[in-house]
Design a protein around this ligand. Structure first.
Ligand code: G1P
Ligand code: ZN
Length: 542
């Protein structure tokens, strides 16, 4: 039996960089999740009888919303739902399953790297049939709908047994609970040379993978330990927990500090990696060397041909605008294009679909390729392993050699979190007012080449996205970029991205913050960060 439940709109259901993200108690309000899911369905057309993929990163409230989404999919006329066992499905695996099973789309429940638990974060994201996040046209339609919604449809049915693999029915709609790992693993076996990696693990090579009590635990254990023969214990924190063990499942140098310390220690393994809450991000650390996500993108692109899936070479690279320009130099050498898109994976979808780009990445630790339409943490780890297995050199050598060949892009991001929204907006307005001025005292000795508010014209669907970040580009190739986060759930997060190019191998060593100290000063003065936010230092430095 389908029920039509009357409801009233919430005014705050505007999807951000990556779907709707809010604190769990916000989602727990009566009808909150239902309203948003119905708004998604109302914004779509032509899904009657088709397949919907549903899964999430296992965080607190995942199971409840999965049950709601299944019953609402049935009442709205979907023909079939594919749901990951236990309600689990990593974001890249969801993308693959949507593509492989030709689903109409998917609902991914996650707040990515944000903390979970009863007071933590939750999120709902809609992905389209290419397996990628819904483009802005759709997310805007969802938001418009959420402001006018008056009813939602839900099947009056008992809960689905999520832990048992098998098929059942809800009001005439088929529900298939499937193993969330197997399809994904098969795809990885196609892309990478598992024998090369297996041989490496059979020798002295050792790695540590920190799953951060999040979704990649089951995937990493199955692939690294069982299929590739890495010794048991290679994967740590491998059991997904609703509150991620009380930690931020954010693979950066703050939240994965234990891994970093291990990799810098005397007994460091050869290779260390971590992934985030929903499995799309990655952290890559070699013995004695942290590889920034921007460098990792450049290095993966330069060496991708060593993996069978990319043996014929890559068609193009795409990076988000704030991501360092290291990848551009690789593209230049390979004589392919490097596309510069706004922040957020959704902008890569069209480039990948059109075959213009093969490998994409963001400075925020997301890398991926045309195998799915999301960034993919384990994919990056496996590509690195494949490269290490083929080159038989240490990470340190590979990275230093790359810098000698291409130059080094010193790069850092400073985040000021939970700043008062009004103050953050005023700071951005202030910066906007400085655009075009070339003689600001804050520039110090730097000579401005160009400043603008980044706008992107999509070469595939011809859409335009404006207001994507304030940029100050200097004549020596350095850049300072400011934008407000679109994924935070409390106050505003100001992100400041700072980059300087160093071609001279003699000056490529040393600490990043020191190498960028001048520019960091310029960035703070230019935005008047201290006076405007009261913050003497960033909350997070990556
Ligand atoms: C952040 C990252 C961005 C990434 C997004 C989703 O968005 O900066 O690169 O695509 O998370 O993982 P932001 O909070 O900056 O809007
Ligand atoms: Zn994520």
């Amino acid at each position: 039996m389908n029920k039509t439940i009357p409801t009233r709109p919430f005014s705050d259901q505007k999807p951000g960089t990556s779907g709707l993200r809010k604190k769990v108690p916000v989602f727990q309000q009566k009808n909150y999740a239902e309203n948003f899911i119905q708004s998604i369905f109302d914004a779509l057309e032509g899904f009657k009888g088709k397949t919907l993929v549903i899964g999430g990163d296992g965080r607190f409230y995942n199971r409840e919303v999965i049950q709601i989404a299944i019953k609402m999919a049935a009442a709205n006329g979907f023909g079939r739902v594919l749901v990951g066992q236990g309600g689990l499905l990593s974001t890249p695996a969801a993308s693959h399953v949507i593509r492989k099973h030709k689903a109409f789309g998917g609902i991914v429940l996650s707040a990515s790297h944000n903390p979970g638990g009863p007071e933590g974060d939750f999120g709902i994201k809609y992905n389209i049939s290419n397996g990628g996040p819904a483009p802005e046209k759709i997310t805007e339609a969802i938001y418009a709908r959420s402001k006018a919604i008056e009813r939602y449809l839900i099947a009056d049915a008992p809960d689905i047994a999520l832990d048992r693999i098998g098929t059942s029915e809800v009001d005439g709609m088929r529900v298939q609970v499937f193993d969330p790992v197997s399809d994904y693993q098969a795809l990885m076996e196609e892309l990478f040379d598992f024998n090369v990696i297996r041989d490496m693990f059979a020798g002295t090579f050792r790695m540590r993978f920190d799953a951060m009590h999040a979704i990649t635990g089951p995937y990493a254990k199955a692939i690294l330990e069982r299929a590739l023969g890495a010794p048991e214990g290679t994967v740590i924190n491998g059991t997904p927990l609703p509150d991620f063990g009380g930690h931020h499942p954010d693979p950066n140098l703050v939240h994965a500090k234990d891994l970093y310390d291990l990799m810098m220690s005397k007994d460091a393994p050869d290779f260390g990696a971590a992934s985030d809450g929903d499995g799309d991000r990655n952290l890559i650390i070699g013995r004695n060397i942290f590889v920034t996500p921007s460098d990792s993108l450049a290095l993966l692109a330069a060496n991708a041909h060593l993996a069978p899936g990319y043996g014929k070479g890559i068609a193009g690279i795409a990076r988000s605008m704030p991501t360092s320009m290291a990848a551009d130099r690789v593209a230049e050498r390979l004589k392919i294009k490097c596309y510069e898109t706004p922040t957020g994976w959704k902008f890569f979808g069209n480039l990948l679909d059109a075959g213009l780009a093969t490998i994409c990445g963001e400075e925020s630790a997301g890398t991926g390729s045309n195998h799915v339409r999301e960034e993919d943490g384990l994919w990056a780890v496996l590509l690195w392993l494949n490269i290490l297995g083929r080159r038989k050199e240490s990470m340190e050598n590979i990275v230093f050699q790359h810098w000698r060949d291409y130059g080094r892009n010193f790069y850092t991001r400073h985040d000021y979190e939970e700043v008062d929204t009004g103050r953050a907006n005023a700071l951005m307005d202030h910066l906007r007012a400085q655009l075009g001025k070339t003689d600001l005292p804050a520039f110090g000795r730097k000579i401005l080449a160009k400043s603008d508010d980044f706008a992107y014209h999509d070469p595939v669907d011809q859409s335009d996205s404006k207001g994507q970040g304030i940029r100050f580009l200097f004549r020596d190739g350095s850049r300072i970029i400011y934008r407000l986060s679109g994924t935070g759930t409390a106050g505003a997060t100001i992100r400041v991205y700072i980059e300087r190019y160093e071609p001279d191998p003699a000056k490529q060593g040393g600490d990043t913050q020191t190498a960028l100290a001048d520019l960091i000063g310029v960035a703070r003065n230019l935005a008047e960060i201290e006076t405007r936010t009261g913050r003497g230092a960033p909350t997070v430095i990556t």
